[in-house]
Design a protein around this ligand. Structure first.
Ligand code: HMG
Ligand code: MG
Length: 298
């Protein structure tokens, strides 16, 4: 019993680019965002308001938001780890923000330099500022299937932090397999636990494809009724604080699979391919997406 429709949240401009070592020109970023919106992607994570010392590639997020022409019906969002980031997001006219926590203490320390509990305290402030400005807040939870520093993460821990994020007012929590170690077995165990007392409509799948398991894991998530999927055009991506993490599952691969399953996304595959192709022209590496490679070869 699969959902008939899936909402894709395109994270290419943020999760996809944040780990690229070479500086990508501002124009290439805004062109990429325009091309993704034209492809029918209605939720685009366009940047993040984090410390430029920690993630230099995202240092121009304010310029990115100023530089884009917005298509009606498209939500342009950004990550905001604290009040400083939230203030910058408000000044940049961001439509929606996301706070990001982890299910692993070690990862929380490496990624945002504080414990899980401390991060949740900071997010209260972000949430308050968002509420005052009538802005929706998404939650991310990292390391839901494993941590690069702690190894196995128990589904109970994932459930606990997910519930806290929802109780704080996040409209949805995106479950991050940050380093792409999960398998369909992990995915079953995770959703069996989460759905004991969380409504599936509040959950999104954010899977990285390090071990080539992301699509298989997504099929399992779809079977549980998950209907929001995060992906990055071309399979861009990787987290700077997750050693060995490769890209997000590719938007092309997700759309190709969902098309074949008769699940509607509203996304035009050829147009996503064109968006990826233009961006990879600025990078010194090839796209990892199998669908991208296959379609380009035709
Ligand atoms: P900190 O050093 O503990 O913060 O960093 P601080 O409050 O002590 O401030 C230190 C300096 O940073 C100060 O500047 C602040 O002004 C500045 P200085 O006085 O040294 O010049 N600062 C900021 N500057 C700009 N924007 C801000 C900001 N806040 C402080 N918002 C902090 C704490 C959270 C800021 C830092 O650890 C950080 O930026 N981390 C980045 C984490 C990140 O972006 N990771 C990647 C995204 S998460 C991810 O990819 C996972 C996800 O995809 C899901 C998944 O796959 O699992 C979402
Ligand atoms: Mg990610």
């Amino acid at each position: 019993n699969y959902p008939t429709q899936v909402s894709i949240l395109e994270v290419g401009p943020r999760d996809g680019l944040q780990n690229e070592a070479q500086t990508i020109p501002l124009q290439a970023k805004t062109d990429f965002i325009h091309a993704l919106a034209k492809a029918g992607l209605t939720r685009i994570e366009a940047g993040s308001f984090v410390s430029p010392k920690w993630v230099p590639q995202m240092a121009d997020s304010a310029e990115v938001f100023k530089g884009i022409s917005r298509l009606p019906g498209v939500t342009y969002s950004a990550l905001t780890p604290n009040d400083k980031g939230m203030q910058a997001a408000l000044e940049s006219g961001v439509d929606e923000v996301a706070i990001f926590a982890a299910a692993s203490e070690a990862f929380s320390m490496r990624n945002i330099n504080c414990s899980i509990a401390e991060s949740l305290k900071r997010f209260e402030t972000v949430m308050q500022m968002a509420n005052d400005n009538g802005m929706k807040v998404r939650g991310y939870l990292s390391c839901v299937m494993g941590c690069p520093y702690e190894g196995e993460i128990l589904p109970d821990k994932v459930a606990e932090v997910t519930k806290t994020l929802l109780d704080m007012g996040c409209y949805e929590v995106s479950l991050g397999d940050t380093i792409g170690v999960g398998t369909p077995g992990h995915t079953h165990r995770l959703f069996d636990t989460l759905l004991e007392d969380i409504d599936v409509s509040k959950l999104a799948a954010h899977f990285h494809d390090t071990y080539g398991q992301a699509l298989a894991n997504l099929v399992v998530a779809l079977q549980y009724g998950v209907n929001t999927i995060d992906s990055a055009a071309g399979g861009l991506g990787g987290c700077p604080y997750a050693a060995g993490a490769s890209g997000n599952v590719a938007t092309e691969d997700v759309v190709y699979m969902l098309n074949g399953m008769g699940i509607e996304t509203g996304v035009n595959l050829n147009a996503v391919l064109a968006a990826s192709n233009a961006m990879f022209g600025h990078l010194e590496r090839q796209a990892t997406s199998r669908t991208y490679t296959a379609m380009l070869a035709k």
